[in-house]
Design a protein. Structure first.
Length: 538
């Protein structure tokens, strides 16, 4: 297992916080640019909705107006014609037996007096059929109208469409006047009046409404655009402000105008942004104080630790002459003092990264020789060393040269191999080769890149649990919660990650197919010297 250990999880890499936020903002912008836009934007939908409401309102108003106007036009013509025809029939003097010629003259006279325009008049008396036209019978008169005329002494009327032409048909029975009463004569008169003029007026009204709809919608487009603009302006400002805050500019604010819901939203955004800025500022100040405290404490501990280490070395030399219990205590103190010194050095190193004061001094080195020196200096390649004759196996091809910081590269190799020995199982294999960046595609390296130095450190242990995998490079993370003490400082992999990133490379952890953990480091073969680092200030 990889043994990194948590003691309370703070942000993993504080020294790259601003750059990470900027990169995240740019990545978000690129993702938004790649994201397919909606077929219709909000502005288009607002304008279409406005026009739809305007069209529905205009259509509803036109329909209601058309119906009322049409009914008024037709009813006026109908009332005038029915009233006039009844008056004409009431003054009709009919004698029995019915004289066809005389009746036809009467019908011609009535037809000429028709209102609002001349009628076609027809008369029926038993089998006698007479009209003011050349046709004694009209096909417009319906059986229903004839039945209604026989049933109602005041007659009836009906609107009929025949051959696409509307007609008003009126039926009024004629009566015989006898003293103070009247008796049905059996004679029924019909008037047929075309409603072509009224229909033309209605059609002209429809055409006018239709011709006025397009200019009306065009006129409605102007307030629609103005309304959409007034609604979308604060939305765009809010979007830009949110994007700016995503890039790390927490002082972004929106100018709130008016007292509507959008203005309330802008004020709420400003209040939230202010609260977030204050919280982040306080957290940053607290982090700076914590970093300085750790750096100051580590620095202050170095002097007494140097004296303690000197004393423990002397005690180790004389431990053989002491009694067993005292000798064991002396050796324990020596070991723990050494661990404390390692922890202090690691804390000072991580403090440099946090303060952005870590410097990179590049030099072209032979990678195989550098790795061998690292293993030899820690006696990992010595058969008489602490790991035994097969503790570490090195697969180091000759001729691979790269520009790295020798001291930091030594720390990378030592931390990974030491971690594998402590939390995995021997033998540990160190392999070095060249490859292409991004050959193992990840979120950080989605596309193949330039040639890189690839170093793999694999152990023969049980591997890394899926739960621990995301947190391996966190500071003081414990892969095993039951382990209260670690042979390392708990900062080894975190320092390794920082050194790899300082070189512009990547490091990842995985489980091998045949068991064991594998840590893979990719470093540029021709890294460039970074600009001089400056210490961060609160």
């Amino acid at each position: 297992m990889a043994g990194v250990s948590p003691s309370g999880r703070r942000s993993e890499q504080d020294n790259a916080a601003s750059a990470a936020r900027e990169a995240a903002g740019e990545a978000q912008d690129r993702a938004q640019a790649r994201k397919p836009r909606a077929r219709f934007g909000l502005r288009t939908r607002l304008v279409l909705a406005f026009l739809l409401v305007a069209a529905v309102s205009a259509g509803t108003t036109a329909t209601l107006t058309y119906r009322e106007a049409r009914n008024a036009i037709l009813e006026q013509a109908q009332d005038t014609a029915v009233s006039s025809f009844r008056d004409q029939v009431a003054t009709l003097a009919v004698g029995l037996p019915v004289d066809r010629r005389h009746l036809q003259q009467v019908l011609h006279r009535i037809a000429g007096r028709g209102k609002p325009r001349p009628w076609f008049v027809f008369a029926e008396y038993g089998s006698v059929r007479v009209s003011s036209t050349s046709n004694p019978v009209s096909t417009v008169i319906t059986p229903e109208l004839r039945s209604a005329a026989h049933a109602n002494p005041r007659g009836s009327f009906q609107r009929v469409v025949k051959g696409g032409t509307p007609y008003l048909t009126i039926a009024v029975p004629a009566v015989f006047a006898t003293g103070h009463s009247s008796q049905p004569s059996g004679l029924i008169l019909y008037a047929v009046m075309p409603l072509t003029d009224e229909e033309a007026n209605v059609r002209a009204m429809v055409i006018a409404a239709r011709d006025g709809a397009v200019p009306g919608l065009a006129v409605a487009l102007v307030p629609a655009l103005l309304s959409a603009r007034s609604v979308l302006r604060p939305v765009r400002e809010l979007r830009e402000a949110a994007r700016s805050m995503g890039r790390g500019r927490l002082d972004t604010r929106i100018q709130a105008k008016g007292s509507d819901e959008l203005a309330d939203l802008a004020r709420t955004f400003n209040e939230s942004a202010g609260a977030l800025e204050r919280s982040v500022d306080e957290l940053q100040r607290a982090e700076v104080r914590a970093r300085r405290f750790a750096a100051d404490v580590s620095h202050e501990l170095r002097t007494p630790l140097a004296g303690m280490l000197a004393v423990t070395e002397l005690l180790d030399e004389d431990a053989g002459s002491l009694d067993p219990d005292t000798a064991a205590a002396v050796r324990l103190i020596s070991v723990e003092t050494g661990r404390l010194a390692t922890l202090v050095e690691d804390l000072m190193e991580i403090s440099r990264f946090d303060a952005r004061a870590a410097e990179l001094h590049l030099d072209e080195v032979d990678i195989a020789e550098t790795v061998r020196k690292t293993l030899h200096s820690r006696r990992w390649s010595d058969p008489a060393g602490p790991t035994g004759p097969v503790g570490v196996v090195a697969d180091l091809p000759e001729g691979i040269r790269a520009r790295v910081d020798p001291r930091r590269f030594d720390v990378i190799v030592a931390n990974l191999v030491g971690n594998a020995l402590r939390h995995g199982a021997a033998p540990v294999t160190v392999r070095v080769r060249t490859g292409t960046a991004g050959a193992h595609k990840t979120a950080e390296t989605p596309e193949p890149g330039p040639d890189v130095l690839v170093m793999e450190v694999a152990d023969s242990g049980p591997g890394i649990s899926e739960e621990a995998m995301p947190y391996l490079f966190d500071r003081f993370y414990k892969a095993d919660a039951a382990r209260t003490r670690s042979a390392g400082s708990g900062l080894g992999l975190a320092i390794t990650l920082e050194n790899v990133r300082l070189h512009g490379g990547t490091v990842r952890a995985a489980n091998a197919a045949d068991g064991g953990a594998v840590f893979t480091v990719e470093l540029p073969l021709t890294a460039e010297e970074p600009p001089a680092a400056q210490e961060a200030t609160p």
